[in-house]
Design a protein around this ligand. Structure first.
Ligand SMILES: *Cc1c(COP(=O)(O)O)cnc(C)c1O
Length: 354
Protein backbone atom coordinates (compact mmCIF):
# COMPACT_ATOMS: atom_id res chain seq x y z
CA UNK A 1 0.00 0.00 0.00
CA UNK A 2 1.34 3.41 -0.90
CA UNK A 3 2.17 5.72 2.00
CA UNK A 4 2.13 8.77 -0.23
CA UNK A 5 -0.37 11.42 0.83
CA UNK A 6 -2.92 12.83 -1.63
CA UNK A 7 -2.46 16.38 -2.92
CA UNK A 8 -5.08 18.98 -2.00
CA UNK A 9 -8.53 17.72 -2.95
CA UNK A 10 -9.82 21.24 -3.64
CA UNK A 11 -7.43 21.57 -6.57
CA UNK A 12 -9.39 18.78 -8.25
CA UNK A 13 -6.19 17.32 -9.73
CA UNK A 14 -6.74 19.22 -12.93
CA UNK A 15 -4.39 18.44 -15.70
CA UNK A 16 -1.77 21.14 -16.07
CA UNK A 17 -1.84 23.48 -19.05
CA UNK A 18 0.23 22.22 -21.92
CA UNK A 19 0.33 21.99 -25.65
CA UNK A 20 0.90 18.64 -27.37
CA UNK A 21 4.57 18.34 -28.37
CA UNK A 22 5.26 15.94 -31.19
CA UNK A 23 8.33 15.65 -33.33
CA UNK A 24 7.63 17.63 -36.50
CA UNK A 25 9.52 19.85 -38.94
CA UNK A 26 7.20 22.87 -38.66
CA UNK A 27 5.97 23.98 -35.22
CA UNK A 28 3.18 26.52 -35.30
CA UNK A 29 1.44 25.64 -32.04
CA UNK A 30 2.73 27.84 -29.21
CA UNK A 31 2.87 31.39 -30.64
CA UNK A 32 6.62 31.73 -30.19
CA UNK A 33 8.66 34.00 -32.44
CA UNK A 34 10.04 32.21 -35.51
CA UNK A 35 13.13 34.45 -35.29
CA UNK A 36 15.93 34.26 -32.73
CA UNK A 37 16.62 37.40 -30.68
CA UNK A 38 19.36 39.73 -32.09
CA UNK A 39 22.85 38.21 -32.10
CA UNK A 40 24.25 41.50 -30.74
CA UNK A 41 22.06 41.11 -27.64
CA UNK A 42 23.50 37.65 -27.03
CA UNK A 43 27.07 38.99 -27.37
CA UNK A 44 26.36 41.82 -24.92
CA UNK A 45 24.78 39.40 -22.48
CA UNK A 46 27.69 36.96 -22.66
CA UNK A 47 30.16 39.77 -21.93
CA UNK A 48 28.06 41.20 -19.08
CA UNK A 49 27.72 37.83 -17.35
CA UNK A 50 31.38 37.97 -16.34
CA UNK A 51 30.65 41.09 -14.26
CA UNK A 52 27.73 39.65 -12.26
CA UNK A 53 28.54 39.08 -8.56
CA UNK A 54 27.19 35.51 -8.63
CA UNK A 55 27.88 34.78 -4.95
CA UNK A 56 25.45 37.53 -3.96
CA UNK A 57 21.67 37.59 -4.01
CA UNK A 58 20.30 39.64 -6.91
CA UNK A 59 18.81 43.13 -6.55
CA UNK A 60 15.54 42.23 -4.87
CA UNK A 61 13.73 45.22 -6.36
CA UNK A 62 15.07 44.51 -9.90
CA UNK A 63 15.70 48.26 -10.13
CA UNK A 64 17.58 48.42 -13.45
CA UNK A 65 15.16 46.12 -15.25
CA UNK A 66 12.09 47.92 -13.97
CA UNK A 67 13.54 51.30 -14.89
CA UNK A 68 14.23 50.05 -18.42
CA UNK A 69 10.69 48.64 -18.78
CA UNK A 70 9.23 51.86 -17.35
CA UNK A 71 11.23 53.97 -19.82
CA UNK A 72 10.03 51.85 -22.75
CA UNK A 73 6.39 52.55 -21.80
CA UNK A 74 6.73 56.10 -20.47
CA UNK A 75 5.62 55.15 -16.94
CA UNK A 76 7.39 55.25 -13.56
CA UNK A 77 9.36 52.24 -12.31
CA UNK A 78 7.10 51.96 -9.24
CA UNK A 79 4.30 51.21 -11.73
CA UNK A 80 6.17 48.13 -13.02
CA UNK A 81 6.08 44.65 -11.51
CA UNK A 82 8.30 42.03 -13.18
CA UNK A 83 8.17 38.25 -12.73
CA UNK A 84 9.11 34.89 -14.25
CA UNK A 85 6.84 35.04 -17.26
CA UNK A 86 3.54 36.83 -17.36
CA UNK A 87 2.00 33.66 -15.95
CA UNK A 88 3.78 34.39 -12.69
CA UNK A 89 2.45 37.95 -12.85
CA UNK A 90 -1.06 36.48 -13.14
CA UNK A 91 -0.33 34.25 -10.16
CA UNK A 92 0.82 37.20 -8.05
CA UNK A 93 -2.35 39.10 -8.99
CA UNK A 94 -4.51 36.15 -7.92
CA UNK A 95 -2.55 35.68 -4.67
CA UNK A 96 -2.85 39.34 -3.75
CA UNK A 97 -6.39 40.11 -4.95
CA UNK A 98 -8.13 36.71 -5.24
CA UNK A 99 -8.56 33.90 -2.74
CA UNK A 100 -11.57 32.27 -1.09
CA UNK A 101 -14.79 34.17 -1.71
CA UNK A 102 -13.20 36.64 -4.14
CA UNK A 103 -14.26 35.80 -7.68
CA UNK A 104 -12.24 35.92 -10.89
CA UNK A 105 -14.24 36.56 -14.08
CA UNK A 106 -13.24 35.33 -17.53
CA UNK A 107 -14.90 35.69 -20.94
CA UNK A 108 -14.65 32.43 -22.88
CA UNK A 109 -13.05 31.43 -25.10
CA UNK A 110 -9.85 33.01 -23.84
CA UNK A 111 -6.40 32.16 -22.51
CA UNK A 112 -6.91 29.08 -20.32
CA UNK A 113 -4.26 30.14 -17.81
CA UNK A 114 -6.37 33.00 -16.45
CA UNK A 115 -8.92 30.57 -15.02
CA UNK A 116 -6.34 27.91 -14.24
CA UNK A 117 -4.05 30.16 -12.19
CA UNK A 118 -7.04 31.67 -10.38
CA UNK A 119 -8.23 28.16 -9.50
CA UNK A 120 -4.78 27.14 -8.19
CA UNK A 121 -4.79 30.14 -5.85
CA UNK A 122 -8.19 29.20 -4.42
CA UNK A 123 -10.00 31.96 -6.31
CA UNK A 124 -13.45 30.87 -7.53
CA UNK A 125 -13.74 31.34 -11.29
CA UNK A 126 -16.91 32.54 -13.00
CA UNK A 127 -17.11 32.60 -16.78
CA UNK A 128 -19.25 34.40 -19.31
CA UNK A 129 -19.35 33.79 -23.04
CA UNK A 130 -18.32 36.08 -25.84
CA UNK A 131 -20.93 36.64 -28.55
CA UNK A 132 -21.33 33.99 -31.29
CA UNK A 133 -18.83 35.88 -33.45
CA UNK A 134 -16.34 35.45 -30.55
CA UNK A 135 -16.35 39.21 -29.92
CA UNK A 136 -16.90 41.10 -26.72
CA UNK A 137 -19.03 44.25 -26.43
CA UNK A 138 -19.50 46.86 -23.70
CA UNK A 139 -23.06 45.80 -22.78
CA UNK A 140 -22.02 42.20 -22.19
CA UNK A 141 -19.05 43.29 -20.07
CA UNK A 142 -21.09 45.70 -17.96
CA UNK A 143 -23.75 43.02 -17.35
CA UNK A 144 -21.12 40.43 -16.38
CA UNK A 145 -19.31 42.74 -13.94
CA UNK A 146 -22.63 43.76 -12.38
CA UNK A 147 -23.82 40.16 -12.07
CA UNK A 148 -20.64 38.71 -10.54
CA UNK A 149 -18.89 41.69 -8.93
CA UNK A 150 -15.50 39.98 -9.42
CA UNK A 151 -12.39 40.83 -7.39
CA UNK A 152 -10.45 40.21 -10.62
CA UNK A 153 -11.89 40.61 -14.11
CA UNK A 154 -9.72 39.24 -16.91
CA UNK A 155 -9.69 40.78 -20.37
CA UNK A 156 -7.33 39.70 -23.13
CA UNK A 157 -6.72 41.88 -26.18
CA UNK A 158 -5.67 40.71 -28.72
CA UNK A 159 -7.45 37.66 -27.36
CA UNK A 160 -5.83 34.24 -27.40
CA UNK A 161 -6.97 32.08 -29.23
CA UNK A 162 -9.06 34.30 -31.53
CA UNK A 163 -6.59 37.11 -32.29
CA UNK A 164 -9.49 39.60 -32.01
CA UNK A 165 -9.00 43.01 -30.41
CA UNK A 166 -11.67 44.38 -28.10
CA UNK A 167 -13.09 47.82 -28.97
CA UNK A 168 -11.98 50.50 -26.42
CA UNK A 169 -15.51 50.59 -24.93
CA UNK A 170 -14.96 47.12 -23.48
CA UNK A 171 -12.19 48.21 -21.15
CA UNK A 172 -14.04 51.46 -20.36
CA UNK A 173 -17.14 49.44 -19.42
CA UNK A 174 -15.13 47.10 -17.19
CA UNK A 175 -13.37 49.98 -15.43
CA UNK A 176 -16.63 51.90 -14.96
CA UNK A 177 -18.39 48.91 -13.39
CA UNK A 178 -15.73 47.08 -11.40
CA UNK A 179 -15.23 47.24 -7.66
CA UNK A 180 -12.11 45.07 -8.07
CA UNK A 181 -9.15 44.93 -10.45
CA UNK A 182 -9.39 44.76 -14.22
CA UNK A 183 -6.51 42.71 -15.63
CA UNK A 184 -5.87 43.28 -19.32
CA UNK A 185 -3.54 40.64 -20.80
CA UNK A 186 -1.63 42.26 -23.67
CA UNK A 187 0.74 39.36 -24.37
CA UNK A 188 0.25 40.17 -28.08
CA UNK A 189 -0.06 43.93 -27.61
CA UNK A 190 2.81 44.90 -29.91
CA UNK A 191 1.27 43.04 -32.86
CA UNK A 192 -1.88 45.14 -32.52
CA UNK A 193 -2.67 48.69 -33.61
CA UNK A 194 -3.44 49.93 -30.12
CA UNK A 195 -2.36 49.36 -26.49
CA UNK A 196 -4.05 50.35 -23.25
CA UNK A 197 -0.81 50.88 -21.33
CA UNK A 198 -1.19 54.70 -21.67
CA UNK A 199 -4.39 54.50 -19.58
CA UNK A 200 -2.59 53.17 -16.49
CA UNK A 201 -2.76 55.66 -13.62
CA UNK A 202 -2.26 55.53 -9.87
CA UNK A 203 -5.98 55.96 -9.20
CA UNK A 204 -7.27 53.42 -11.73
CA UNK A 205 -7.85 49.70 -10.93
CA UNK A 206 -6.23 48.62 -14.20
CA UNK A 207 -3.35 46.15 -14.59
CA UNK A 208 -1.89 45.66 -18.07
CA UNK A 209 0.16 42.47 -18.40
CA UNK A 210 2.93 42.04 -20.96
CA UNK A 211 5.53 39.38 -21.74
CA UNK A 212 8.93 38.96 -23.38
CA UNK A 213 7.80 35.53 -24.68
CA UNK A 214 6.13 36.62 -27.92
CA UNK A 215 7.14 39.97 -29.45
CA UNK A 216 10.54 39.92 -27.78
CA UNK A 217 11.44 36.47 -29.16
CA UNK A 218 12.48 35.42 -25.65
CA UNK A 219 10.09 32.66 -24.56
CA UNK A 220 13.10 30.79 -23.14
CA UNK A 221 13.92 33.65 -20.77
CA UNK A 222 10.62 33.48 -18.80
CA UNK A 223 10.13 37.20 -18.21
CA UNK A 224 6.85 39.09 -18.01
CA UNK A 225 5.57 42.20 -16.28
CA UNK A 226 2.60 44.25 -15.24
CA UNK A 227 2.06 48.00 -15.62
CA UNK A 228 -0.29 49.18 -12.89
CA UNK A 229 -0.99 51.75 -10.19
CA UNK A 230 1.96 51.96 -7.78
CA UNK A 231 -0.06 50.66 -4.77
CA UNK A 232 -1.08 47.59 -6.82
CA UNK A 233 2.57 46.96 -7.73
CA UNK A 234 3.36 47.18 -4.02
CA UNK A 235 0.80 44.46 -3.26
CA UNK A 236 2.17 42.19 -5.98
CA UNK A 237 5.65 42.57 -4.52
CA UNK A 238 4.41 41.56 -1.09
CA UNK A 239 3.08 38.19 -2.32
CA UNK A 240 6.23 37.37 -4.32
CA UNK A 241 9.02 35.21 -2.93
CA UNK A 242 12.18 37.07 -1.96
CA UNK A 243 14.59 37.38 -4.90
CA UNK A 244 12.07 35.79 -7.27
CA UNK A 245 13.82 37.43 -10.24
CA UNK A 246 17.34 36.07 -10.66
CA UNK A 247 20.34 38.18 -11.67
CA UNK A 248 20.56 36.55 -15.10
CA UNK A 249 16.99 37.42 -16.03
CA UNK A 250 17.27 40.99 -14.76
CA UNK A 251 20.36 41.51 -16.87
CA UNK A 252 19.06 39.74 -19.99
CA UNK A 253 15.77 41.64 -19.91
CA UNK A 254 17.42 45.01 -19.34
CA UNK A 255 19.86 44.47 -22.23
CA UNK A 256 17.06 43.26 -24.51
CA UNK A 257 15.26 46.57 -24.03
CA UNK A 258 18.27 48.25 -25.65
CA UNK A 259 17.28 46.51 -28.91
CA UNK A 260 13.80 47.90 -29.41
CA UNK A 261 14.39 48.81 -33.05
CA UNK A 262 15.40 45.25 -34.02
CA UNK A 263 12.45 43.86 -32.10
CA UNK A 264 10.12 46.29 -33.87
CA UNK A 265 11.48 45.04 -37.22
CA UNK A 266 10.66 41.46 -36.23
CA UNK A 267 7.16 42.47 -35.20
CA UNK A 268 6.59 44.33 -38.48
CA UNK A 269 7.80 41.29 -40.44
CA UNK A 270 5.43 39.04 -38.53
CA UNK A 271 2.49 41.40 -39.00
CA UNK A 272 2.99 41.49 -42.78
CA UNK A 273 3.47 37.71 -42.85
CA UNK A 274 0.25 37.33 -40.85
CA UNK A 275 -1.60 39.36 -43.48
CA UNK A 276 -0.12 37.20 -46.26
CA UNK A 277 -1.18 34.06 -44.39
CA UNK A 278 -4.73 35.39 -43.89
CA UNK A 279 -4.91 36.33 -47.57
CA UNK A 280 -3.85 32.84 -48.70
CA UNK A 281 -6.17 31.13 -46.21
CA UNK A 282 -9.01 33.34 -47.41
CA UNK A 283 -8.93 31.47 -50.75
CA UNK A 284 -9.51 28.11 -49.03
CA UNK A 285 -12.72 26.56 -47.66
CA UNK A 286 -12.18 27.88 -44.11
CA UNK A 287 -13.68 30.49 -41.79
CA UNK A 288 -11.24 33.14 -40.52
CA UNK A 289 -11.20 35.95 -37.97
CA UNK A 290 -9.18 39.17 -38.48
CA UNK A 291 -6.23 38.60 -36.15
CA UNK A 292 -4.09 41.36 -34.64
CA UNK A 293 -1.77 38.84 -32.97
CA UNK A 294 0.99 36.51 -34.24
CA UNK A 295 -1.44 33.66 -34.85
CA UNK A 296 -4.67 33.07 -36.72
CA UNK A 297 -7.77 31.08 -35.85
CA UNK A 298 -8.98 28.89 -38.69
CA UNK A 299 -12.12 26.76 -38.96
CA UNK A 300 -11.94 24.28 -41.86
CA UNK A 301 -15.38 23.93 -43.42
CA UNK A 302 -15.01 20.61 -45.21
CA UNK A 303 -13.45 18.37 -42.52
CA UNK A 304 -13.43 18.33 -38.71
CA UNK A 305 -10.77 20.32 -36.87
CA UNK A 306 -9.23 17.24 -35.31
CA UNK A 307 -9.09 15.40 -38.67
CA UNK A 308 -7.32 18.37 -40.21
CA UNK A 309 -4.97 18.61 -37.20
CA UNK A 310 -4.01 14.93 -37.65
CA UNK A 311 -3.58 15.36 -41.39
CA UNK A 312 -1.22 18.27 -40.76
CA UNK A 313 0.82 16.27 -38.21
CA UNK A 314 1.15 13.47 -40.79
CA UNK A 315 2.68 16.14 -43.04
CA UNK A 316 5.04 17.22 -40.25
CA UNK A 317 3.20 20.45 -39.39
CA UNK A 318 2.02 21.03 -35.82
CA UNK A 319 -0.71 23.58 -35.04
CA UNK A 320 -2.89 23.94 -31.93
CA UNK A 321 -6.06 21.87 -31.89
CA UNK A 322 -8.54 24.19 -30.17
CA UNK A 323 -11.56 22.35 -31.55
CA UNK A 324 -12.63 21.02 -28.15
CA UNK A 325 -12.45 24.43 -26.42
CA UNK A 326 -15.83 25.93 -25.55
CA UNK A 327 -17.12 28.06 -28.44
CA UNK A 328 -14.36 26.93 -30.80
CA UNK A 329 -15.88 23.83 -32.38
CA UNK A 330 -13.81 22.79 -35.37
CA UNK A 331 -11.17 25.51 -34.91
CA UNK A 332 -7.38 25.34 -35.12
CA UNK A 333 -4.96 28.03 -33.99
CA UNK A 334 -1.94 28.56 -36.21
CA UNK A 335 1.10 30.59 -35.16
CA UNK A 336 2.58 32.86 -37.83
CA UNK A 337 5.96 31.35 -38.72
CA UNK A 338 8.61 32.22 -41.26
CA UNK A 339 7.34 32.49 -44.87
CA UNK A 340 8.88 29.06 -45.56
CA UNK A 341 7.14 27.47 -42.56
CA UNK A 342 3.84 29.08 -43.47
CA UNK A 343 4.13 27.88 -47.07
CA UNK A 344 4.65 24.33 -45.81
CA UNK A 345 1.57 24.72 -43.60
CA UNK A 346 -0.51 26.14 -46.48
CA UNK A 347 0.56 23.34 -48.83
CA UNK A 348 -0.21 20.68 -46.19
CA UNK A 349 -3.59 22.26 -45.46
CA UNK A 350 -4.49 22.42 -49.15
CA UNK A 351 -3.69 18.70 -49.41
CA UNK A 352 -5.69 17.77 -46.32
CA UNK A 353 -8.70 19.80 -47.44
CA UNK A 354 -8.48 18.20 -50.89
C1 LIG B 1 1.63 33.31 -24.42
C2 LIG B 1 0.74 34.08 -23.52
C3 LIG B 1 1.24 34.58 -22.34
C4 LIG B 1 2.69 34.38 -22.03
O1 LIG B 1 2.95 33.84 -20.83
P1 LIG B 1 4.47 33.85 -20.35
O2 LIG B 1 4.33 33.22 -19.01
O3 LIG B 1 4.89 35.28 -20.27
O4 LIG B 1 5.27 33.07 -21.33
C5 LIG B 1 0.43 35.33 -21.53
N1 LIG B 1 -0.85 35.60 -21.88
C6 LIG B 1 -1.37 35.14 -23.03
C7 LIG B 1 -2.75 35.49 -23.41
C8 LIG B 1 -0.59 34.35 -23.87
O5 LIG B 1 -1.11 33.86 -25.00
Amino acid sequence: MSRLPSPRADLGLREGYHSAQVDVAVRLNTNESPFPPPASWLDELAAALAEVPWSRYPDRAATGLREAIAASHGVRSDQVFAANGSNEVLQAICLAYGGAGRKALTFEPTYALHGHVAHLTGTPVVSEERDPGLRLGAARVTAAFERHDPAIGFLCSPNNPTGLVDPPEVLDAALATTSGLVVLDEAYGQFAERSSVPLVADDLPLVVVRTFSKTWALAGLRLGYAIAAAPVVGSLERVSLPYHLDAFKQLAGRLALGHEAEMAERVAAMVSERERLLDRLGRMPVTLWPSQANFVLVRPETRSGTEVWKGLVERSVLVRDTSSWPGLEGCLRVTVGTPEEDDRFLAALAEVLG
